[in-house]
Design a protein around this ligand. Structure first.
Ligand code: GDP
Ligand code: MG
Length: 442
């Protein structure tokens, strides 16, 4: 979530059941976060109501704060809304060949690109014979564009015949599909920069002529609020069976997904993740939910913590970090926990902004075996040395190394790592006051 949200959540430190005050404080901020992610206002309101109901009276898990837990509830509700019911993402109703898939949407939303991506996917994954046809009669270049993509991906396109109307082309495509034994006909309709009557009338006529099995609305995932009115209009007039969100590789927050889903009740089937022909994926509700909340995988971290970290220990550590204290005992406790949580990589991978560090660790070959070795070194230290690593001069290093059955340079490495971790923990502790572990480590 936004920094503001994590800040607000940090204030909630109560124990026991989630109180109404806890929930409403958190939800006020969640609402702001949703709006910042371009979710439309009525949709955000409706969603918050759902979460309120889901959160009432839930018990606070010991090792996480109520704020974190509300985030988890928000996340779970988001996934529920985004996923809908009984829908398998990426499935299309295209039995009974030739089945028509009509692609609709505004100009520039990514219709033509998505048509080709989807054709490629159907061909490669489902072994379908696909025929694509461009109905964009106003822009000859658009027809050419689809033909070029067709050649590139090895999918047939209907030969271009100048002077035909969209309906005539659609009819010809159907005939051709019947004759040629195609499984799927994909119709790439024309778009406009904004919704107008002429566009809608044309798409309606094509729909009535071809009776598509799937009518997929292609929407630019970066458009946010506008996506809602686009979806309302197309669904109201044409009747869509699903959506494709494009440009989800960009840095939009993906709020459009929630709005579209809530407004039309229609599933999001695919997301576009780039300009390349392979950059199409079935829709993953969890990923988009995480993105709307903007918290990296903090939710799954909370989940793991719920399962595994003892509350008292976690709290004790956080307090120490906040005071800037981090000795060898703390380091050992961290190592022990790391082993529990699936190793260093597992943890680092979950924290936003930790990718770089995780990669460094990876390159240095830092794995569980090495974590165990570090623990052995710490165990060879005296109490005083653990409390005050600065005591570790040459003779002590030699003794500790011998005790752990390792070299002095291994001890040096551990000491260096301790220093780095102590710095990191100090930063984390500071952030713990301001917010969750967000951002500052990147
Ligand atoms: P149309 O007017 O709706 O047919 O839109 P096009 O398919 O011609 O796409 C317009 C532009 O958006 C092209 O430059 C595409 O390469 C680009 N585009 C389409 N889908 C995506 C996507 O998922 N990610 C990115 N980054 N670009 C996309
Ligand atoms: Mg186009």
């Amino acid at each position: 979530l936004s920094d503001r949200l994590s800040g607000a959540l940090e204030k909630l430190t109560g124990k026991g059941a989630l109180t109404e005050a806890d929930i409403s404080t958190a939800l006020r901020e969640v609402r702001v976060a949703l709006l910042e992610a371009d979710v439309s206002l009525p949709v955000a309101r409706g969603f918050i109501k759902r979460v309120e109901e889901a959160a009432q009276g839930r018990h606070v898990v010991k090792s996480v704060t109520p704020g974190q837990q509300v985030v988890k509830i928000v996340h779970d509700e988001l996934v529920k809304v985004l996923a809908g019911e009984d829908e398998e993402p990426g499935r299309l109703r295209i039995d009974n060949p030739p089945a028509t898939i009509m692609m609709v949407g505004l100009q520039g939303s990514g219709k033509t690109t998505t048509t080709a991506k989807l054709a490629k996917r159907l061909k490669e994954r489902e072994g379908k014979r696909v025929l694509m046809a461009s109905l964009d009669t106003r822009r000859p270049a658009a027809m050419e564009q689809l033909a070029v993509l067709g050649t590139q991906i090895g999918v047939d396109t209907l030969p271009i015949q100048p002077g035909q109307t969209a309906v005539q082309i659609a009819k010809r495509a159907k005939t051709q599909a019947n004759l040629g034994g195609y499984d799927v006909v994909m119709l790439d309709t024309a778009g406009r920069l904004s919704i107008d009557d002429e566009l809608m009338a044309e798409v309606e006529a094509v729909r009535d002529e071809t009776r598509p099995r799937e009518t997929l609305l292609v929407v630019d995932g970066l458009t946010g609020q506008d996506a809602v009115s686009t979806a309302e209009n197309f669904d109201g007039r044409i009747g869509i069976t699903g959506c494709v969100l494009t440009r989800m590789d960009g840095d939009g927050r993906g709020g459009a997904a929630l709005s579209m889903r809530a407004v039309t009740g229609k599933p999001i089937k695919f997301v576009g993740l780039g300009e390349k022909m392979d950059a199409l994926e079935e829709f993953h509700p969890e990923r988009v939910a995480g993105r709307i909340l903007g918290m990296g995988d903090i939710v799954s971290l909370v989940e793991k913590a719920q399962e595994q970290i003892e509350a008292a220990e976690a709290e004790r550590m956080m307090k120490r970090f906040q005071k800037g204290r981090f000795d060898m005992n703390d380091m050992k406790a961290q190592f022990d926990q790391m082993l529990k949580l699936g190793g260093m990589q597992g943890i680092m991978g979950m924290l936003p902004g930790m990718g770089k560090l995780s990669k460094q660790l990876d390159e240095s070959g830092f794995d569980d075996r090495i974590i165990r070795r570090q623990i052995a070194i710490i165990q060879s230290m005296t109490k005083a040395e653990r409390k005050n690593p600065d005591l570790m001069q040459a003779s002590r290093k030699k003794r500790v190394a011998a005790g752990a059955g390792l070299e002095v340079q291994d001890v040096n490495k551990l000491i260096k790592m301790h220093r780095q971790m102590a710095d990191m923990m100090k930063k984390m502790g500071k952030m713990g006051k301001k917010g969750l572990m967000r951002g500052a480590l990147s």
